[in-house]
Design a protein around this ligand. Structure first.
Ligand code: GMT
Length: 376
């Protein structure tokens, strides 16, 4: 198949997943065309049958445009690439604005070619941004106009039906996946110089938005730090980073918290970590948690959204309600102090991650594409 993929190229779960999907589809023999304003951050180096088409933003400084109409530039590029490369379908990730621009591109091609539009809903496009008054109607319309719509968890599918109704569309759940060739325990980076040998390594990765509750990450760590030597690796960047840094200073643990910023490659750090923390306010899936589990790192997460579909409490990880810093810290300390229990949870996390391997999930997308093209 000839497949176009549009996603956010910057750091974030939807862009990461979309890029991994495109790369895996290319490995499986499909021709994949990424259409976005920058090269997706996980697209490193040349990959056979995978191509990147940049959206032209040269007019962004035109004086009349206080707000550059990126959406039109993207729709235009999707139309051009679909036409030139004879795409069978356009798979867009994160509804806003990608489902809308794909709809426009498909309408521009009407009469010439029957481009199919597949939309994958990822999270805040439904749970937050899409429900804002200014985006609600266009999000609902664009979802309903897509040929196929998928959600990354049952939670997100149900939330989409609840919030948007979504007549004329059947939402299919295709869970996120992890590339087990890259995310595996034996790629661990050495503990030093990040931590001394006797220090436990806790870790968090996100885009540091409010929804991630990054101050809770620091608060949990501060309690663990009181009980044993430990460091915290904070990977990523975003609006809440300064608050998290401030919290670390306030709690007197700044010396043991390393803010590493955005990193392209995280598997070696994940594999070296002893615990991964994801105490989010909401999380439609928690791709970072799955990647940690694939590296053999147990996760302590919030019991919200789609996270219970990935993690089973007390079996392959730990779940506590959002904001329950004390409980998360208490259970983190207990797990880190019990090597036998720790090994059992780690083994269970590895087994659970294998259920979400690319080999298990990517064929579900291929099947969906085939059905969309055949009109089934
Ligand atoms: O919040 C993020 O990390 C980014 C966001 C996105 O759409 O870029 O992530 C969402 O999509 C990820 C991939 O499907 C999911 O794993 C995340 O759970 C989801 N984030 C939220 O629901 C807050």
């Amino acid at each position: 198949m000839r497949i176009g993929i549009t996603c956010y190229p910057t750091y974030g779960g939807s862009g990461a997943l979309a890029t991994e999907l495109g790369l895996d589809l290319a490995r499986r023999g499909h021709e994949v065309h990424f259409i976005t304003y920058d090269s997706p951050f996980r697209l490193r180096g040349y990959v056979e049958r995978a191509y990147f088409h940049e959206v032209d933003t040269a007019m962004s400084r035109y004086p009349l445009f206080e707000y550059f109409p990126y959406t039109l530039a993207l729709a235009s590029r999707q139309y051009e690439v679909a036409k030139q490369e004879k795409l069978d379908l356009l798979h867009v990730h994160y509804a806003i604005p990608h489902a809308t621009t794909a709809f426009l591109a498909r309408e521009m091609l009407r009469g010439e070619t029957d481009l199919k539009v597949i939309t994958t809903l990822h999270g805040t496009d439904i749970t937050l941004v899409g429900q804002e008054a200014s985006f609600y109607a266009i999000t609902k319309f664009s979802i309903e106009q897509s040929d196929r719509v998928t959600a990354v968890s049952e939670f997100l599918r149900d939330e989409t039906y609840r919030a948007f109704g979504c007549t004329n569309c059947e939402l299919e759940v295709v869970p996120n996946f992890v590339n087990l060739a890259e995310y595996r325990p034996d790629v661990a980076t050495p503990h030093q110089p990040l931590a001394a040998d006797d220090q436990k390594m806790l870790m968090h990765i996100s885009n540091f938005r409010e929804v991630k509750r990054v101050k809770d990450v620091v608060r949990v760590f501060a309690r663990v730090r009181k009980a044993m030597p430990a460091v915290l690796l904070m990977v990523g960047d975003g609006p809440e980073r300064a608050d998290a840094e401030h919290e670390a200073r306030e709690l007197g643990v700044a010396g043991d918290v390393r803010f590493l910023g955005r990193l392209d490659t995280v598997a070696p750090l994940l594999a070296a970590a002893d615990l991964f923390l994801l105490p989010s306010q909401t999380e439609s899936f928690g791709l970072a948690a799955l990647e940690a589990m694939a590296c053999g790192t147990p996760v302590i997460a919030a019991r919200v959204g789609g996270l219970p579909e990935v993690i089973t409490d007390d079996v392959d990880g730990i779940l506590e309600p959002p904001g329950s810093v004390e409980a998360m810290a208490r259970r983190a300390i207990a797990l880190l102090k019990d090597p036998v229990r720790y090994a059992a949870v780690r083994d269970a996390a590895l087994a659970r991650a294998a259920v979400f391997s690319a080999d298990a999930i990517v064929p579900q997308y291929e099947d969906l594409y085939e059905r969309a093209l055949a009109g089934r």
